[in-house]
Design a protein around this ligand. Structure first.
Ligand code: FAD
Length: 510
């Protein structure tokens, strides 16, 4: 019996695989395609995502794959050289400087086709078994495990595998979610687009070395144009209307090329189309993210419009969340209740991501939907770094109902991101995420160290020194931080081993 079968090698599946395998968990990843997707899709890693990728040991490779730039320049226009309807963002320098103060993790600029192979390589280095051209065709769970039926698409060979847990990272159209009968709620389908990757020399169209995203509201079509991390490779999206009987067949390459020429104001351009595929723009969140031994990760759990670049980032964060929790349960450090906290924490997060992206979608591409029950967003930095996890895996000791806080003024309250503070010239508290940590007041360090020796799990202990105020623990107290960098509990009291053990048993559902 293997520990975990993961279905799908998108960002959700590859990250879950890497984060599980690094803990020594046996992982089998199956992906029906012959390789990872060649479409650049999700471009860019938010700082929270980078925090996890650092823990996974791949941040440097991600940065090497695409040197960080100073952010997207985003416009809504009739065409790339045509009338600009709205400038969404042109200068991220203030945001970048503000974020630098709250995490040392930085941003990544790699695209999805660059990231997935890096995550898979790392997962394999840790012993994960990755099988492409392999489809999950059915599964059945019982009290002790999940029987999974796999089909080798090249040979037709069918294999039965038994696993302790199954991760459904099988995307928006998740068969696993469907078979579990889990409904989704939300605005639903917003539109359909043909994604196009094409090669062309577009020198001079836009300034070199910058990353551009144009939402195109052209009298002849609605779409988008994005530069890629590869010289002469570009991404274009074109809305089409299956609900009116259209299909991809109505858009042969020569017709797509014509739309590209119009959108890019390049009447003589001969784009070489290298990939096309349909994708659904939708806003839907699955009602349950756990069904017994099966967990939904990434787009299987939520699908969000791409406006805001949050879908893939959230998928990586889902992968980290389920991985540290499953790892703890499989090592016998935590009870099954910890696995319930995956849905309790990630589903509300997904809703925030969808709300934020939907709001952006209406602003940028669908102004006719304005006011149409579109939830107010809480703010992009708030979603990325200011989310409050609420579940039995945190001991919340206030009655503030807000789902987020301003991440640039972190409160260090349980449920929120543990603040960045330099413990040494080259060591931040954030560098210690990945394991359980106790950050203590300067006078309480030794006593908390003694208390941690008797804890049921390994807990690192570090004095906050002059930064105790940032964590609100006073001179004697401590803040218990989970492997995902979320504050689980804090106290201003002097060290007390019994309290620490009680809290750990509580948050680990032991
Ligand atoms: C055009 C576009 C632009 C985007 N831009 C951004 C962006 O800038 N930033 C961002 O964060 N996000 C972006 N996203 C969203 C991001 O791409 C998705 O959120 C991300 O791919 C989700 O990853 P996933 O692993 O959950 O699902 P997917 O990437 O969809 O992967 C699911 C995988 O499961 C496989 N699979 C399905 N069923 C089976 C089965 N039965 N057996 C075996 N394998 C199976 C599929 O073949 C697929 O490879 C964008 C999306 C699109 C379409």
């Amino acid at each position: 019996m293997t520990d975990v079968v993961i279905v799908g090698a998108g960002l959700g599946g590859t990250s879950a695989a890497m984060f599980l395998a690094r803990q020594g968990v046996q992982v089998l990843v199956v992906e029906k395609h012959a390789g990872t997707s060649p479409h650049p899709r999700a471009a860019g890693q938010f700082p929270r995502t980078m925090e996890f990728l650092r823990i996974g040991g791949v941040a440097e490779r991600i940065l090497a794959a695409a040197p960080p730039n100073d952010g997207f320049k985003i416009k809504v226009a009739e065409s790339v050289r045509g009338k600009v309807l709205h400038t969404i963002a042109e200068d991220f320098s203030e945001l970048l400087a503000a974020v630098e103060k709250v995490t040392p993790a930085g941003w990544g600029s790699a695209s999805q086709d660059q990231v997935e192979p890096i995550l898979l390589d790392k997962a394999r280095e840790h012993g994960a078994d990755v099988r492409f051209g392999t489809e999950l065709t059915s599964f059945e769970q019982d009290a002790d495990g999940v029987n999974v039926q796999l089909l080798d698409l090249a040979t037709g060979r069918v294999e039965q595998v038994r696993a302790k847990y199954l991760i459904a990272a099988d995307g928006n159209r998740s068969q696993i979610r469907e078979r579990l009968g889990i409904p989704r709620t939300g605005k639903g389908n917003l539109g359909n687009a043909i994604g196009i990757v094409f090669d062309a020399d577009l020198s001079g169209l836009l300034p070199d070395g910058e990353t551009w995203l144009y939402y195109l509201q052209n009298p002849k079509f609605t779409g988008a144009y994005v530069t890629s991390n590869y010289a002469n490779r570009h991404i274009f999206a074109l809305e089409y209307h299956p609900e009116q009987g259209e299909s991809m067949h109505d858009y042969p390459p020569e017709r797509l090329a014509e739309f590209i020429r119009i959108g890019l104001d390049s009447p003589d351009l001969e784009p070489e189309i290298v990939w096309t595929g349909p994708w659904e723009t939708a806003a839907k969140v699955a009602e349950r993210w756990r069904a017994g031994r099966v967990f939904l990760v990434g787009d299987a759990g939520k699908v969000t419009p791409p406006t805001g670049g949050m879908g893939g980032n959230a998928a990586v964060c889902d992968g980290y969340d389920i991985a540290w929790k499953l790892g703890a349960v499989l090592r016998g450090e935590a009870g099954d209740g910890l696995l319930d906290t995956y849905e309790a924490e990630r589903k509300p997060y997904a809703q925030l991501v969808v709300n934020e992206s939907l709001y952006n979608y209406v602003q940028r591409l669908a102004p006719h939907m304005a006011g149409d029950d579109i939830p107010e967003p809480v703010g992009h930095p708030e979603v990325v770094l200011g989310y409050r996890s609420r579940s039995t895996a945190v001991v919340i000791d206030d009655d503030d109902p807000a789902p987020v806080e301003n991440p640039f003024e972190p409160s260090a309250r349980p449920g929120f991101h543990a603040p960045h503070a330099w413990l040494a010239p080259d060591q931040s508290t954030v560098d210690l995420f990945g394991d359980w940590q106790l950050f203590t007041g300067p006078d309480g360090y030794e006593a908390w160290q003694e208390a941690a020796k008797h804890a049921p799990i390994d807990v690192g202990v570090h004095s906050l020194g002059e930064h105790a105020d940032v964590y609100g623990v006073g001179a004697q107290g401590a803040s218990l931080v989970r492997p995902d960098g979320v504050v689980a509990w804090r106290t201003t009291d002097t060290a007390d081993g019994e309290s620490l053990n009680e809290v750990l048993r509580r948050v680990l559902s032991c």
